[in-house]
Design a binder for this molecule. Structure first.
Ligand code: KIV
Ligand code: ZN
Length: 498
């Protein structure tokens, strides 16, 4: 019987730290419920001391889910631990995740401290957390660049203090797979009380080795992996849950098993991407749009003869169903509701009626409605409380002429209009908008997400606008890409005018 590999999902903590990926509490609950259905063992729900929003989300997620352990992050600081314990009060199973930096540079530059003092602080934090909860995880931040001998001393001391899980983060994504595996092996062989705790991996993807490092850790004895949906996370991201789950499923010689229901992978991947406005790269393993697309003639020929020639995973095993019902203008409310449920979105009748109305409008403009479209429609009320709204937009553009836009918006119910020309339709529209909203804002990033299925598809626009030294993130989705761009810009402005 293979050993259990525990899946610790940190989409809602490490993943959510990414600028522009912030979710509100309702959205976090939606993701947490899907994580529960997916079968994750631990949900890291937030860093409660960091903001009232995080504190509240940990409380609400604790109430909303039953089976997974809810984990809250802290520094090795008593106040952090007090606040985390308070936030976890409704959790049926709870864990505090505390820790401190252990690499030379963290000890010297971050803490201006010594190796012995760091061990003292680590031990004190674990003991303090133990007053509140039985299950305490300790992280040795930057363990990837911590020398193994010292790391073993830290690990032994925190286990002695009561840590049930010890996390060995490769915080900067620096390690090579062999090196990271050897680190875990060293701890397994040199920490006297290692049998009293579980060793966890937490690998970042700065050099594209997060999953390889995680698997190397597992092969060498780690029995918990810290992962995120779609691999989102700080900088280049974390190890992705779907990759680890499918590696374990495909490779019988890695003698561990997870509790993941792999057929739920694709729906949650779409949900997280849509709610966080974070596109999945088309060639992303397991969940990318092209992950199962065979384009070369030789491959297509082979797959038609026998899928096993070029496919190691059946797309259905990760929840990609080619035969999924396609929604069109003739689909009824029940079909829409069913598709929303498959995608993990629950809503009451009033909201369903509103989404159905928008669905019919969209279905009038394009033939087939995709899952992505549905998720955009389901999230559309994010802009309901905006006090600036786009009333109309008219643009003329072409080759050899300057683009001209006229725009009408309402600000707290009052209507304003303006017109402007620009060197392209988006430029003209934004210049017209800026005539009404006269602020020193600078467009820093403007991404149009690739249109996947035909010229009538919805275009999605992500924007970053700088105002008053702060960065604001906006999103727009429309079958008209110019309108989507203006919607994204207005989304940003609504955020900084609060
Ligand atoms: O990458 C890291 O070191 C972390 C810790 C806070 C666990 O995210
Ligand atoms: Zn991290």
């Amino acid at each position: 019987m293979s050993e259990r590999l525990f899946i610790f999902d940190t989409t809602l903590r490490d993943g959510e730290q990414v600028p522009g990926c912030q979710l509100n509490t309702v959205e976090k609950i939606q993701v947490a419920r899907q994580l529960e259905l997916l079968g994750v063992d631990i949900i890291e729900a937030g860093f409660p001391i960091s903001s009232p929003g995080d504190f509240n989300s940990v409380i609400e997620i604790s109430k909303a889910v039953t089976w997974p352990t809810i984990c809250a992050l802290t520094r090795a600081v008593e106040k952090d631990i007090d606040v985390a314990a308070e936030a976890l009060k409704y959790a049926k199973r709870k864990r505090i995740h505390t820790g401190i930096g252990t690499s030379e540079s963290h000890i010297k530059y971050k803490f201006n401290s010594s190796k012995d003092e760091i061990i003292e602080r680590a031990v004190a934090a674990v003991k303090y957390a133990k007053r509140y909860v039985e299950d305490v995880e300790f992280y040795a931040e930057d363990a990837g660049r911590t020398d193994n001998e010292y790391l073993a001393r830290v690990v032994e001391a925190v286990i002695k203090a009561g840590a049930t899980v010890v996390n060995i983060p490769d915080t900067t994504g620096y390690c090579l797979p062999d090196e990271y595996g050897a680190k875990i092996k060293y701890l397994m062989e040199n920490v006297g009380n290692i049998d009293k705790a579980i060793i966890s991996t937490h690998c970042h993807n700065d050099l594209g080795m997060a999953t390889a490092n995680t698997m190397s850790g597992v092969i060498n004895g780690a029995r918990q992996v810290e992962v995120t949906i779609n691999g989102i996370g700080e900088r280049a991201g974390n190890t992705s849950l779907e990759e680890v789950a499918m590696i374990v499923k495909c490779h019988n010689n890695i003698d561990v098993q997870t509790n993941i229901n792999t057929q739920k992978i694709y729906p949650i991947s779409r949900m997280v991407s849509s709610l966080m406005n974070m596109p999945v790269q088309p060639n992303k393993a397991i969940v990318g749009r092209n992950a199962f697309a065979h384009s070369s003639g030789i491959h297509q020929d082979g797959v038609l003869k026998n899928v096993q020639t070029y496919e190691i995973i059946d797309p259905k095993d990760v929840g990609i169903d080619d035969n999924a019902i396609v929604l069109t203008a003739r689909s009824g409310r029940a079909a829409l509701k069913h598709r929303l449920t498959v995608l993990g979105v629950d809503m009451d009748q009033d909201k369903l009626d509103k989404v159905y109305e928008d669905f019919l409008k969209l279905a009038d403009k394009k033939k087939d409605i995709t899952d992505d479209d549905i998720l955009v429609l389901a999230g559309a009320d994010r802009s309901m409380n905006h006090h600036i709204k786009l009333d109309y937009l008219q643009v003329t553009s072409g080759v050899g002429v300057r683009s001209v836009a006229s725009i009408g918006i309402s600000i707290s119910g009052e209507h304003f209009e303006a017109a402007a020309s620009g060197n392209g339709p988006v430029d003209a529209a934004i210049k017209a908008l800026k005539k009404i909203i006269d602020r020193q804002m600078v467009l820093k990033e403007f991404t149009i997400q690739a249109i996947s299925k035909g010229s009538d598809d919805m275009g999605k626009v992500h924007m970053q606008v700088e105002f008053d030294g702060q960065m604001y993130y906006g999103f727009g989705a429309n079958t008209d890409i110019i309108a989507a761009s203006v919607e994204a810009y207005i989304d940003c402005i609504n955020k900084f005018r609060k």
